[in-house]
Design a protein around this ligand. Sequence first.
Ligand SMILES: Cc1cc2nc3c(=O)[nH]c(=O)nc-3n(C[C@H](O)[C@H](O)[C@H](O)COP(=O)(O)OP(=O)(O)OC[C@H]3O[C@@H](n4cnc5c(N)ncnc54)[C@H](O)[C@@H]3O)c2cc1C
Length: 461
Amino acid sequence: MSDPNTFDLVILGAGSGGYACALRAAQLDLKVALVEKGELGGTCLHRGCIPTKALLHAAEVADQTRESEQFGVLAELAGIDMKGVNAYKDGVVGRLYKGLTGMLQGNKNITIVQGAGRLVAPDTVEVDGRRVTGRHVVLASGSYSRSLPGLEVDGEKIIASEHALTLDRVPESVVVLGGGVIGVEFASVWRSFGVEVTIVEAAPRLVPAEDVDCAKAIERAFRKRKINFKVGKPFEKVEKTGKGVRVTIAGGDVVEAELLLVAVGRGPSTANLGYEEQGVKMDRGFVLTDERLRTSVPGIFAVGDIVPGLQLAHRGFQQGIFVAEEIAGMHPAVIDENGIPRVTYCDPEVASIGLTEEKAKEQYGADQVRSYNYNLGGNGKSQILKTAGFIKLVRVADGPVVGVHMVGARVGELIGEAQLVYNWEAFPEDVTPLIHAHPTQNEAMGEAFLALAGKPLHAHA
Ligand SMILES: Cc1cc2nc3c(=O)[nH]c(=O)nc-3n(C[C@H](O)[C@H](O)[C@H](O)COP(=O)(O)OP(=O)(O)OC[C@H]3O[C@@H](n4cnc5c(N)ncnc54)[C@H](O)[C@@H]3O)c2cc1C
C-alpha cells in the first residue's frame, strides 16, 4: 500500500485483544496500524495477569518457607523484602514485554502508532493530528479499575489494583473491598506476606461467580489462613485517619486498616473516544456487538474488556484472532462464551469452565443434572503437596459434561483438560479410556470421570 496512513485495519489499543488481532491479521497478510497510548501489552502484561501471578508465586514461596518443617526441611522465613519481590516481578514483566515488543515491531505488516487515538470517522482514527484510515477498525481500548460513588481512590490510603502492584512496603493491615477474583488474589498475597487482611463483599459469598461448592471451600481455606471476610455486607463509607482508613459496612461494623484496596470490578475504557459520535451502539459504556463481534457500524469490530462478558486476557486473545480471521474472510466459528476457562489464583486456586451446578439445574431442570465431587484427599500428588480441595463435574442426564469446578493448589494447571472435555462436549465415558499419569493431580480428574461414568477406582460412586 503506497499511502502510509491507509491500512486494511486500524486497531485502537494494543492490549491482549488488540495485539492478538494485529499478530493474526499480519499472518494473514493484512496491513495493520496498531494504535497504543501506553505500553504494548496493555493491562494483562503490565498491571494485571502477569505481575499479580508473580506476586502470588512469591507468596507461595513465603508460605512454603514458613511451612517447610512439615516436610522435614528446616528453613526460617526472615521476612519479605518488597524491593526484591518487585525486582523479580518487574523482571518477569520486562522480559515478556521485550519479547512482545520485538515481535510486533519486527513484523513488516504491522505499523505501531504511538499516542492516544480517537475515532473521528467510521474508518479513521486520529492520533496526535495524524489520521490513520482502514477498511476496518477494531476497538480494543480495554478497561480501568472501577470505584463506587463517593469513594475516591487517592493512590495513597485508598488504592486500586495498579497501586497495589507497585507498593514498596508490606502494609500492616488492609481492607479489600470486593471478594471477586482480583480481591481474593490480593488478599491471598498479602496474608502470605503476614498482613492482617479483611475482605468486605456485598454478595452472600466470596468468589460469587463460581459454583457454590468452590465458594464454600475458599471461605473454609481463608478462615484457616486467618483471612477475615465479611460477606453479604455492603460497604457504606470510608474515612481517612492519621494511620490509614476507617471502613464502615452495613450493620455498623467498622474495620480500621492501613490501606483500603478497591476491587469492585473493571469498567470499559470507552469515554470520549468518539465511539458514540460515530454511531457505535453502547450500553453503560460497553460496546455492543453481535456474536461475530461486529458493532452497529459496518466495518467496526470490538474485542476484549469493552465487550460485555468475561473480562479475561485469553478471551481477548481469542476475540482478536477471531476478528482478524473474519476480516480476512475465513468465517471462523463463533466463540462460545461458556467455553472460556476461568482461573482464580489465590491459595488455594479455583478453576472452572462451563455451568455451575445451580445454572445447569436452571437450564436443564434439577432432575436432569448429576454431579460428582472427587476429593483431592484421595489423590497421591495432592497428598504429597499437602493440598486439600476437590474436582467437581456436572453432567446432564447421561449426556456430556457441562461444568467442571476445581479447588486446590495448582488446579489452574488442570483446566486444560477440563476445557477440552467441555468444548468437545465429551461424555465421561469418552474420557475414561484415556490414561492419566500417576501420580499427578491430573489423575484426580481421571478419577472423577471414572466415578461419574459409574466405575470409580479410588473413590466411592
Ligand atoms: C489485577 C488484574 C489481574 C488480572 N489477572 C488476570 C488473569 O490472571 N488472567 C486473565 O485472563 N485476565 C486477567 N486480568 C484481566 C486482563 O488483564 C484483561 O482481561 C485484558 O487485559 C483485557 O485486554 P484488552 O485488550 O481488552 O484491554 P487492555 O489490556 O486493557 O488493553 C487496552 C489497551 O488500549 C490502550 N488504549 C486505551 N485507550 C486508548 C486510546 N485512546 N488510544 C490508544 N490506546 C488506547 C491502553 O493503553 C491499553 O494498552 C486481570 C486484570 C487485572 C486488573
